[in-house]
Ligand binder design. Structure first.
Ligand SMILES: [Zn+2]
Length: 380
């Protein structure tokens, strides 16, 4: 077929118009894509996936600068900074969000909550306290109060911690009686350390009223009275402890024996120690008993060993029988057993496993309260 050049007069304008339309459509689509997902986001994401966090942060900062209205990206960046310990940058991001006039109240409260966490993480407790206080009456009030409680505990501000715990209790966040009793005990210890021992008894009685079954206030009360030369009253406090919280009596077995000895009435402590031993045998009780009644400790230890093969009972029994062995054999054997027993005579946090020779009411590892059973690791 022969080509007719007249066709071009028709086809060329149509092709031109179609081409122009297609180019318009393409550039619109391209602009839309550019607006919705700028290159910087992809660059940041790519770097993040390649574990190049520093470069990823720079790319995200660039994206935020190009698109300052994106609050979600600000939140993501702020939280990334805080997790990496760059709290100063996290604070800047969250303060910028709070200052912005175009975000919702919910987002502003959220930014305030994030900012408070930044200050807390940075150890700026005064500023964290003020930032959390701003969250009263918002959806973050409960979280803010719990964070304030933890903040006051860390800064050992027991009076403020007690106020916040009472507020949480009133708001229906469960019972805080046990914690409040601990705060009162802590206040009693502070009063004593600062030379105001006269304030301690009232605080401890208040603690006992707040949490009648919590052991600590009775333990402290007995120990304070014993130190003050009032063994009769100390013994009364230990007797009350045995009634309200028998397992914790282990912690005062030695003090109880000392109080009865001071009083010249060893039989009173012997009765308490035997009563608890029959209920829950332990080496705490047996060793206290031995200070008051040396006989028949050998038989008691042998009987204990048959039921509870504890290394510390074997050590004590070996010490009692040492005279029957050649001196150059007995001493090294006792030493070897004592070395092996030492790690077993610790207390262990049931929540985190932190072990210590000292008994803690608040675990120094996980900061939980009342997580140490009042028994040595050997007897758990
Ligand atoms: Zn712990």
């Amino acid at each position: 077929m022969e080509f007719d050049p007249r066709w071009l007069l028709f086809v060329l304008p149509i092709v031109f118009v179609l081409g122009w339309l297609a180019s318009k459509l393409d550039s619109r689509q391209w602009k839309l894509e550019q607006r919705e997902s700028p290159k910087a986001y992809f660059k940041g994401l790519n770097l993040l996936l390649n574990e190049q966090q520093d470069k990823a942060i720079d790319a995200f900062i660039e994206a935020v600068q190009n698109d300052p209205d994106t609050s979600e990206l600000h939140f993501a960046l702020g939280s990334l900074f805080r997790r990496r310990g760059e709290t100063e940058r996290a604070v800047r991001v969250h303060e910028h969000l709070i200052r912005r006039g175009d975000i919702t109240k919910a987002d502003r409260d959220r930014a305030q909550h994030e900012l408070a966490q930044d200050f807390f993480k940075a150890g700026l407790f005064d500023r964290a306290e003020a930032a959390y206080a701003e969250l009263r009456g918002t959806a973050f009030e409960r979280e803010a109060r719990l964070a304030l409680l933890s903040l006051y505990e860390r800064s050992r501000d027991w009076a403020k911690a007690a106020d916040i715990a009472a507020e949480l209790e009133a708001a229906g966040t469960g019972s805080f009686s046990g914690r409040i009793a601990h705060y009162l005990c802590e206040q009693a210890l502070v009063a004593q350390a600062q030379g105001h021992a006269d304030l301690a008894p009232a605080l401890l009685e208040q603690a006992q009223r707040r949490a009648p079954e919590a052991a600590r206030a009775y333990v402290l009360q007995g120990q304070v009275l014993l130190k003050a030369g009032q063994p009769e009253l100390a013994l009364a406090a230990f007797t009350r402890l045995l009634a309200v919280n028998p397992p914790a009596f282990n912690l005062v077995a030695a003090d109880c024996a000392a109080a009865a000895t001071q009083l010249g009435r060893p039989e009173r402590a012997i009765a308490l120690l035997i009563e608890q031993y029959q209920r829950a045998p332990s080496m705490h009780l047996l060793r206290a008993l031995a200070t008051l009644q040396p006989e028949p400790q050998r038989e008691r230890l042998a009987a204990h060993l048959r039921e509870h093969p504890a290394l510390s009972a074997a050590t004590d029994l070996l010490k009692l029988n040492a005279s029957a062995l050649p001196a150059d054999e007995a001493a090294p054997m006792v030493k070897a057993l004592e070395t092996a027993t030492k790690p077993l005579l610790r207390y262990r946090c049931a929540a985190c496993g932190f072990e210590a020779a000292h008994y803690f009411w608040q675990c120094p590892g996980c900061l939980n309260w009342d997580t140490y059973p009042p028994r040595h690791v050997e007897e758990l």
